[in-house]
Design a protein around this ligand. Structure first.
Ligand code: NAP
Length: 269
């Protein structure tokens, strides 16, 4: 699996499975199927309420723990150092793991800096291999850099053909933070996963519009975590690394950027 190297040397796969609305047996079986197909990263969060199922899917797949990159995120309920420590242990118990590969503060909560101190401790204790944040926009990220002792390895952000974040990616790379894309298919809003421009480009490479949208990000070294519960789409979304978009096609897709969020809740902080 193609990967990026984080600021502490840990390798993170460029492709993973998102699990935001996967629940119960559907979640267990989707994680199992994805890992059997070759996915090597699974993204969960305390907020999703499915860490137990993600852990079960990992065990059911038979894939060795050491081959799989597991991300989870602390929610607003962990709004103090002590509660963050408690919730990190609760996540590990739910997942059935002694350590996660990436631990994030899910959103820029008022107590994010305090929560992050618990993440830093988890890193020292070997409960996380890397730590970072999510949904920190340019202003929040810049302020957070001044507060934190450990530069976030990752900032997981909304990123897709309509919100491409070129400048922010570069700004964070200069500090040692990788932009990881959530909703890399834009949740198919405004037909993102079947966009006519992507379809036309895809015809040249024998690829679908969704594959072109995901390849556009991974070719920029942005790890993606598309979510699907459908086996055919699990396969489709992982066939990203046997072709390369030309510079001309990258530029055409760049023209679709609206440079704005599709999700107003991300502005709520
Ligand atoms: N940190 C955060 O705050 C945050 C926020 C949002 C999401 N995330 C993470 O990012 C993951 C991905 O984001 P997301 O789930 O919001 O959106 P997404 O992956 O951009 O899109 C998922 C939607 O696209 C459909 N889809 C998947 N593959 C497709 C394909 N090849 N062709 C056409 N449609 C396809 C899925 O439907 P089917 O399931 O029916 O295939 C689903 O409706 C989440 O699951 C979660 O792990 C994190």
């Amino acid at each position: 699996m193609n990967s990026v190297t984080l600021n502490n040397g840990v390798k993170m796969p460029l492709l993973g499975l998102g699990t935001w609305d996967l629940r119960g047996e559907t979640c267990v079986e989707t994680v199992r199927a994805a890992l059997e197909l070759g996915y090597r990263l699974v993204d969960t969060a305390r907020m999703y309420g499915n860490e137990r199922e993600v852990g079960e899917g990992l065990r059911r797949s038979g894939v060795s723990r050491s081959e799989v990159f597991v991300t989870t995120k602390l929610y607003r309920t962990a709004d103090s150092y002590a509660k963050a420590k408690r919730d990190i242990d609760a996540s590990l118990r739910a997942l059935g793991l002694s350590c996660v590969d990436l631990l994030l503060v899910h959103e820029p909560y008022p107590s994010a800096a305090e929560m992050y101190r618990a993440l830093e401790e988890a890193l020292r204790e070997g409960k996380a291999r890397a730590i970072g944040v999510s949904n920190f926009d340019e202003t929040r990220y810049a302020a957070f850099l001044k507060e934190c002792g450990t530069v976030p390895a990752v900032n997981q952000l909304e990123c897709h053909i309509y919100f491409q974040r070129w400048a922010f990616q570069e700004r964070m790379a200069a500090e040692g933070t990788v932009l990881q894309a959530w909703s890399p298919l834009a949740q198919n809003i405004d037909g993102a996963a079947n966009h006519p421009v992507l379809r036309e480009i895809g015809a040249k490479y024998g690829k679908t519009a969704a594959q072109i949208g995901l390849r556009f990000l991974t070719q920029r070294d942005i790890p993606v975590i598309p979510k699907t519960k459908r086996p055919a789409r699990l396969k489709e979304n992982m066939a990203l690394f046997d072709f390369r978009l030309s510079e001309e096609d990258m530029a055409v897709i760049r023209g679709l950027d609206r440079n704005d969020t599709l999700f107003p809740w991300t502005r709520a902080y």
